[in-house]
Ligand binder design. Sequence first.
Ligand code: PEP
Length: 250
Amino acid sequence: MPRKPLIAANWKMYKTPAQAQEYVKLFLPLVANHERDEVVLCPSFTSLSVVIAAVTGSGVGVGAQNMYSAEEGAFTGETSPLMLKAIGATHVILGHSERRQYFAETDESVNRKLKMALKHELTPIVCVGEVLAEREAGKTEEVLLRQTRGVLAGITAAEAAPMVIAYEPVWAIGTGKTATPQIASEAHRVIRGEVEKLLGAETAAALRILYGGSVKPDNATALMAEEEIDGALVGGASLDAQSFGKIVNY
Ligand code: PEP
């Protein structure tokens, strides 16, 4: 079965609810009847509800950029998967490199969140990727294997089935430096190979692996042409509706 590409917008900490609503108004006509790819918008928590209401009936999904690994409790400032489900979110980004870098997320905490997202039927978009020093030291493969094993620890093939992985080389995020389609494909093969070892050939073959890192309208087509690349996680270039519309319509 071919893997349906997923193109997700990560708005990071940008846009008020009013700005988010305005974006959706401009964006939906650009992707009307778009069936080739699954399209998801990931606004910040305060804009989730307005974006969910605004995309109703369009086929566009809405995801959170993070969540906590408990259903409820004394965890001030955190958001539970039950809360995301209750408002109609469909996806959640987990382990983004900015969360690993600034908020001390680790493979272990991402693993706990992943289990919880799968339990509550939120489609997790789990981010992995090496930093520049690791790439320059020839450690990319080692890092990807460690992260893939770490985030998948204790998860069965049946549980993991809805999961999506995003390969996001940290040196390419927000820097304007994009991995070449070949570099991205090579990394995706490493990740898929490890998932095959851990969860079997069927799960690995069905797993969608997105590329993220300075995806723009002018490089999306070349990246998406790679058999190994099953979509994109787009940061900066997703903040403008026209620009993200062009990427979705690569
Ligand atoms: C991201 O935030 O996941 C990302 C890939 O950002 P950018 O597209 O700006 O590099």
